[in-house]
Design a protein around this ligand. Structure first.
Ligand code: SD4
Length: 334
C-alpha cells in the first residue's frame, strides 16, 4: 500500500492533516538521514563529503565518527557503561556492494565505526567481538583509550548503582521542559539515547549506512543489541533502499528489523509505510509489552524518498539534502 492510499484509509485521514508533511519525492540526491535530533551535526559531517561528490560509505563513516568524537555524548567511549561500569561499544557499516563489517562489545576504542570498516575491508569476516575485536584494532593501528568513564556517565552510573534495577526499557521519550527536541530522560534522570544510525545516498545514487552505539545503558556485561547486527540495526540493498533502527534492540533483532523494512520497500511500500509495517510486526505480537518499549525505524529508498515510523511518540530523524536540513517527527502506532 502506498502512503497516499494509507492516508485515505478511514479514521486516519483526519489525523493525517496535522502531521508533518513528508517529502515523497521528487527524488533527491545526495541525501543523508540519521536517527534523533543529535543527527543534525552528524549529517553535517556526512554532508561535507556528499556535497563534494564523495561516496556514501565515506560519508556515513564520517558522520558516525563525528558523534563518537563527542565526549559526554551518549554514543562512543563517553557513553553509559554496562552494569559492571564498563563501556562496551557496538558498530556496523554496510556499503552499496553489500560489503559489511561490524564490531560488538569492544572496549576503549574511540572509533568503533572505523574498526567495523576495517573488518569489512581487510578481513574475510563480517563481525568481530570483545577481546578479539580489540586485539584486531591494536594490530591495525587503533590505540587504546582510557577506561575511565566520562563525567556524565560516571554520575549516571553512580545514580544507577543506588537502585541497580535492571529494566531494559529504553527510548520512551520523557522530555524535560527545555525545548521540543531536547535530550530525553528517564524518570531517574538518565539520558536514554545511546545510538546513532544513519543512511545516505551519494550523487552517484549509491546507498550506504552506519550505526554506532554504547548500547543499552547498564546492560548485562556482554549484552549486544541490534545496532551492530546486519539486518537488525542496519540493512542496505543498493537496488532497493536502506534502513536503520533505534530503540529496544532485542525487539528489533526478533523481527530482523531493518531487513524487514527493506523487504517491504522491495514489495512496493513507501519508506514510511515499510517502517510502519515493521513496527506493527512488533506490536501485533504482544501489544501490552509493546506499550512499555520504543522502537523506531527510518528508511531511504533508491529514489531518494525517505520516511520513519515508531511504536511510541517521540522518535525524530534528521534529514539533510540540497533542499532541506531539518528534523522530522516520526508518526507512531501507540
Ligand atoms: C540497543 N538499539 O543497543 C540500541 C539502543 C538504542 O537509542 O537505539 N538507543 O538496543
Amino acid at each position: 500500500m502506498h502512503r497516499k492510499d494509507f492516508l485515505k484509509m478511514g479514521g486516519l485521514g483526519l489525523a493525517a492533516i496535522n502531521l508533518p508533511k513528508w517529502p515523497i519525492g521528487p527524488a533527491t540526491k545526495p541525501i543523508v538521514i540519521s536517527t534523533w535530533d543529535s543527527g543534525m551535526p552528524v549529517n553535517a559531517a556526512a554532508w561535507k563529503l556528499l556535497s563534494a561528490n564523495g561516496k556514501s560509505v565515506d560519508a556515513v563513516e564520517a558522520g558516525a565518527r563525528y558523534i563518537e568524537d563527542t565526549i559526554n555524548c551518549c554514543v562512543g567511549i563517553g557513553g553509559y557503561p554496562d552494569r559492571n561500569g564498563i563501556v562496551t561499544l557496538d558498530a556496523c557499516i554496510m556499503d552499496e556492494h553489500a560489503n559489511c563489517g561490524a564490531v560488538a562489545g569492544v572496549e576503549r576504542i574511540k572509533h568503533p565505526i572505523s574498526l567495523a570498516r576495517r573488518v569489512m575491508e581487510s578481513t574475510p569476516h563480517v563481525m568481530l567481538v570483545g577481546q578479539g575485536a580489540q586485539e584486531f584494532a591494536l594490530q591495525n593501528g587503533f590505540t587504546l583509550e582510557s577506561a575511565d568513564l566520562s563525567a556524565d556517565a560516571k554520575d549516571a552510573y553512580k545514580k544507577w548503582l543506588e537502585k541497580t534495577h535492571y529494566k531494559p526499557v529504553i527510548n520512551i521519550e520523557k522530555k524535560k521542559d527545555n525545548g521540543p527536541f531536547a535530550p530525553h530522560f528517564f524518570d531517574d534522570g538518565s539520558v536514554n539515547h545511546d545510538t546513532m544510525g544513519l543512511v545516505a545516498m551519494d550523487s552517484a545514487g549509491d546507498l550506504s549506512g552506519a550505526v554506532t552505539t554504547s548500547g543499552m545503558a547498564f546492560k548485562i556485561h556482554g549484552r549486544v543489541g541490534d545496532s551492530p547486527i546486519i539486518g537488525a540495526g542496519l540493512f542496505v540493498d543498493n537496488e532497493i533502499g536502506a534502513a536503520t533502527s533505534s530503540g529496544l534492540g532485542e525487539e528489533v533483532i526478533r523481527i530482523c528489523g531493518t531487513h524487514t523494512v527493506v523487504e517491504y520497500m522491495r514489495h512496493g511500500y513507501s519508506p514510511e509505510d515499510a517502517c510502519k509495517k515493521a513496527c506493527e510486526r512488533i506490536v501485533n505480537r504482544d501489544r501490552e509489552k509493546a506499550k512499555t518499549l520504543q522502537v523506531g525505524f527510518l528508511a531511504l529508498n533508491k529514489n531518494g524518498e525517505y520516511g520513519a515510523y515508531a511504536i511510541q511518540k517521540g522518535f525524530v530523524i534528521s534529514v539533510t539534502s540540497e533542499s532541506e536540513n531539518q528534523i522530522h517527527e516520526a508518526k507512531f502506532l501507540l
